[in-house]
Structures are given as C-alpha cells and as structure tokens.
Design a protein around this ligand. Structure first.
Ligand SMILES: Nc1ncnc2c1ncn2[C@@H]1O[C@H](COP(=O)(O)OP(=O)(O)OP(=O)(O)O)[C@@H](O)[C@H]1O
Ligand SMILES: [Mg+2]
Length: 151
C-alpha cells in the first residue's frame, strides 16, 4: 500500500526541515526516487537528509559525477543524479544493485529517466515549482509505509 503526503514549502529552510523529518523515519536500504524540474528542490531536500545523518560534506548535485557517496557516523548515503543518463539499463550497468544491497540510503535525482532500474518499494518524491511564487515548492511524497511528517 502506498501512503501519500502532500506539502507546500515556502523556502529552502522549510524543504530542509521536511527532509529531516523524513530522514528520522528512514531505514537502511531505503531508496528515494526524486522527480521534478530544475531548481525544484531535489538537492536542497538531499542536503536536509545529509544534515540529519551528520554528514559533513555539503551535498551538491552530482551532475558531473553521477554518483556521490557520503559516509555518516551511523548511515551511509548514495546520491545519484540521473539527469545525463538515458535509461534504467545504464544505471544497472553502473552497478546500482550493489548500492541497493549495501544498506546505504540511496537518493536518485531525475528518477523518472531511470524508472526501469528502481524497485517498486522505493519512496517517490516529486517536486514542483509553484507558478508565481519564487520560493514556493510543492512536494509530494509516496511512501511504502506510514510516516509522521512535520513541517
Ligand atoms: N521552497 C523551496 N524549497 C527548495 N528550494 C527552494 C525553495 N525556494 C527557493 N528555493 C531555491 O531553489 C533552488 C533549488 O535548487 P536545487 O538544487 O535544490 O534544485 P534541484 O531540483 O536539485 O535542481 P537540479 O535538477 O538542477 O539538480 C535553490 O536555489 C533554493 O535556494
Ligand atoms: Mg539537484
């Protein structure tokens, strides 16, 4: 069963706060499939997750490297940007399954491009810039289990 949660954030700090609220309920091996246009907040959300897991490096869009690995004190994070990939098969050929099986939390930006490689029980996060509101973002979270999210 899919649980759906719908939020509107009014600035990057709120998106960060929402991400930390989700982070507190994540488990090793969870996969977060993010979709949404440029500057819709995917990396900002990722930074909230890495902050929660006490990762000291600053998460940047891994657009030129495809995959960044972050080692937290208690939880590793894999951050993938699929923007320049063409298909799920390409991600599989890069060894994505090893990451899925590693116990790391795997975050994938532009997940719709590589949808064929993403397991069905992944979280789906979609981000949307709200027209006419520079700092307004709509964030829809599809979760395989019930969550208590606070903003
Ligand atoms: N409510 C908000 N939530 C998140 N970011 C916001 C918000 N309002 C304004 N911003 C700004 O929008 C930008 C979001 O950029 P971010 O890198 O997170 O987007 P992205 O979805 O990862 O884009 P890309 O696809 O280019 O990687 C940042 O400059 C951030 O400061
Ligand atoms: Mg990004």
């Amino acid at each position: 069963m899919i649980h759906q949660y719908h939020f509107k954030t009014h600035g990057p700090e709120e998106t960060n706060q929402l991400a930390q609220s989700l982070a507190a309920q994540l488990e090793p091996g969870d996969i977060l499939a993010m979709s949404g246009n440029l500057a819709s907040g995917k990396t900002t959300f990722t930074q909230g997750l890495t902050t929660f897991f006490e990762i000291k490096e600053y998460a940047l869009s891994p657009t030129f490297t495809y995959i960044n690995e972050y080692h937290g004190a208690h939880q590793d994070i894999i951050h993938i940007d699929a923007y320049r990939l063409n298909s799920g098969e390409e991600l599989i050929s890069m060894g994505i399954w090893e990451y899925f099986d590693s116990g790391a939390i795997v975050i994938i930006e532009w997940a719709d491009i590589v949808a064929g490689a993403i397991p069905e029980d992944a979280f789906g996060l979609s981000f949307r810039v709200i027209e006419g509101e520079e700092n307004g973002r709509e964030i829809l979270i599809h979760s395989p289990r019930a969550l208590e999210l606070n903003l």
